[in-house]
Design a protein around this ligand. Structure first.
Ligand SMILES: [Zn+2]
Length: 382
């Protein structure tokens, strides 16, 4: 009998892992791509459609939801699952990334963050404790610690201080978190500096062990934050695998905010289990499809008379029912259905890419899967 938030390693192939993570709203099979529903909606996609396209877990954003409609209203509805009528697992980020990316209104001190709302300019104060209170009211299955995400490039000493501050806040988040039906993930920071990344991992492990020794809960998993902040892809891959594999074997590893298909396939090969990104839906709203042939700009005139499916290799509801010519027409006319159909396809593409990655791990052939991908036309846009 599996207990809540147990992670089982189902198989390993090289460094790639296939796992099962138990939540109160279902088991998450990893590796997994999580669609992003910033404001409690994956833009343009009904929750029933998310189930239909195989989404296992979705992400919502604490920054936006705490400002609009506010965590008290979501709690009044019975939590995020009831508010948006989504029965599966939900993850909320802490919102720290959004606060730091709006740095011109931010005051950071050792105790917390003071910033202005993007909606009405109101002064907001967050500490690790108040952030936990907000995320407990939102009621997601997986919640993230408040942390300090550093930009790239950044001075070594600045990144070092952010690692220590984030670890301090991780300890405070763990102490302030009490919901039994939720689990808290710690977040590894450290920029592109391997020694600071490993220091961050070690501090989080100490905090985890101290908490358990004191009879309290530990972390249910670990986020790897602070990558994909403007550095070249190869800079991340210099350290990502070493960081992922420094984390405990028996917890899921979540690379935050990364959604390029090739990056996902490579990161699974380095031992990462979970991903989220707005890329598939944002790209869709700009009229672009991911496909087995690489990215397709659906505004292109070459699709005008093309009455074949968007992607011949895809079984998604969009590709089963609509032609390239129709989608091009919708995109050109700014019809909302164009963005919706492309969002469905792009989400399916990443969700099923991770399903295929899982199958390859279970079959013991991840190296071949990775090599096949890197040699495929789809990898050429990387
Ligand atoms: Zn499709």
């Amino acid at each position: 009998m599996m207990a809540l938030f147990d992670y089982t390693l189902d198989a390993r192939s090289g460094h790639a892992r296939a796992g099962s993570f138990e939540t109160a709203h279902g088991t998450i099979k990893t590796p997994v791509f999580m669609p992003v529903g910033t404001s409690a909606t994956v833009k343009g996609i009904r929750t029933q459609t998310l189930e239909e396209i195989g989404a296992q877990v979705i992400l919502a954003n604490t920054y936006h939801l705490s400002l609009r409609p506010g965590e008290d209203l979501v709690a009044e509805a019975g939590g995020l699952h009831k508010f948006m009528n989504y029965p599966g697992p939900i993850l909320t980020d802490s919102g720290g990334f959004q606060v730091f990316s709006l740095a011109d209104t931010l005051k950071l001190d050792s105790d917390g963050l003071t910033f202005r709302s993007i909606y009405d300019g109101a002064n907001i104060r967050w500490t690790p404790e108040t952030n936990m209170e907000i995320q407990q009211k939102l009621g997601a299955d997986i919640i993230m610690q408040l942390d300090q995400c550093t930009p790239y490039p950044a001075e070594y000493d600045f990144v070092d201080k952010a690692v220590e501050l984030s670890a301090n806040w991780a300890r405070r988040c763990l102490a302030a978190h009490h919901r039994e039906d939720q689990t808290l993930f710690g977040i590894v920071q450290g920029g592109m500096e391997l020694d600071l990344r490993l220091k961050s991992v070690e501090l989080l492990q100490q905090i985890n062990d101290e908490s358990i020794a004191a009879g309290h809960k530990g972390f249910g998993g670990f986020g790897i934050g602070g990558y994909s902040v403007g550095e070249e892809h190869e800079v991340m891959f210099e350290t990502l695998g070493l960081v992922a594999r420094a984390l405990p074997e028996d917890k899921p590893r979540y690379l935050m905010g990364v959604g390029n298909p090739t990056t996902l396939v490579r990161a699974v090969g380095e031992g990462v289990d979970m991903f989220d990104c707005v890329l598939p839906t944002r790209t869709a709203r700009m009229g672009t499809a991911f496909s087995s042939e690489g990215r397709m700009n659906m505004r292109n005139a070459k699709y005008t008379h093309d009455f074949t499916p968007l992607d011949h290799a895809c079984d998604c509801p969009t590709c089963k029912n609509h032609t390239r010519a129709y989608i091009r027409h919708l995109v050109k006319q700014n019809e909302m259905l164009g963005a919706i159909l492309l969002s469905i396809h792009n989400l399916w593409f990443l969700i099923h890419l991770m399903d295929r990655a899982r199958d390859a791990v279970l079959a013991g052939g991840y190296d071949e899967f990775l090599a096949d991908w890197m040699n495929s036309p789809a990898a050429k846009d990387y």
